[in-house]
Design a protein around this ligand. Sequence first.
Ligand SMILES: Cc1ncc(COP(=O)(O)O)c(C=O)c1O
Length: 401
Amino acid sequence: MHRQTHWQSEIEKCHRMNLTRNIPVLRFLDVTHGVTEVGHRLFVACTNDYLGLRFHPEVIESAQKCMCGGGFGSSGARLTTGAHPLANQLERELADFKRSEAALIFNTGYMANVGLISTVGRSGDVIFSDEKNHASIIDGCKLSHAKVVVYPHRDVGRLRELLDEHRSMQSCFIITEGVFSMDGTVAPLPELLQLAETFDAHIIIDDAHSLGVLGEGGHGTLEYFNILPNPRIIQVGTCSKALGSLGGFVCGSKCLIQYLYQRSRPFICSTMLPASILAASSKALQILQGQPERVRRLKQLSEMAKSIFSKCGMVFPPEAVAILPIIIGDETTTMKIFENLYQQGIYLAAIRYPSVPLGHARLRLSVCSEYVEDEWRDTLSCIVNTIKAVVGNFPGSVPTE
Ligand SMILES: Cc1ncc(COP(=O)(O)O)c(C=O)c1O
């Protein structure tokens, strides 16, 4: 009974602070439009399906075919009931795409981070984690037996000092997102890699929001910086964003992948993804490689948004492509803008604490290569006008440092 009272008071606290999370029931009609239970049609301006692949007919067809031929569920973890040939095939394809020696699929990107970090971080090790890293990285760190040191966002100077202070520790890992999910900023990978070499550390890059977005071919952060993988670099990714499917993965040396295979509990102890999902991911990856124009179009539509917003004095991080956060700050104002836009038929997610710090609430605008240009332009104008109407003036410059 005591716990019930506590839970109720926490829920009421969320209401008072305008932090209550409500999940809208939304059925998607196509890549960019959804309709609510009461028939309210919405343009969804916050998708993670950056290349619109989840509605691609070939992606859907490959999943359907696979399901019809072999049932839906996978019936068990790979180590108990065996692996569908598509699991090995997709791992080869992902490893090649990330120019890595080998890959291992987990059920989600969240599990990939937790499964990797909790397994490699051992007692006597130290993990340096960017303060803006995703919850799955934070949870992976918590589950590891390593010491965890959080460094200020993209602050290479401070990280160097911290690495220096921890020279006596056994193994070091630097963990960063490639593209930061709530800010759109890009990790300073060349500098981080230099530090990793100086201090003999490994570097883990979570490319959840970089795949399909960064680099000419959408290969991610390494391609963007023209860096070739080496055994020091471990890449994490997910098929749930730009590939429009589901499933996380880790790419690295054969030795690392073999080690995870033997030791990583989220891999060992959880039922494998259905083969139809693997088929969809594989097809989406093929389409991405065959149609790099999708990546180019994503950048063009992003530039359009940046240009419209900059005319109002609002500047996004220059390197931001698919994620363009409009930082409002105050939670109540952010929700007012969200609700106003919702009434006008635009769904633009309001991100609040605990996803971002208190007082840093934002609207997470994101770009999809399949937005129709006129509709995108109209949507952007509507967002700009609504913010002006609610806030009075534009919140100003967005970069978070
Ligand atoms: C940076 C980052 N890493 C990992 C994940 C988890 O990926 P998934 O949704 O496939 O579990 C997310 C998803 O929100 C993310 O933003």
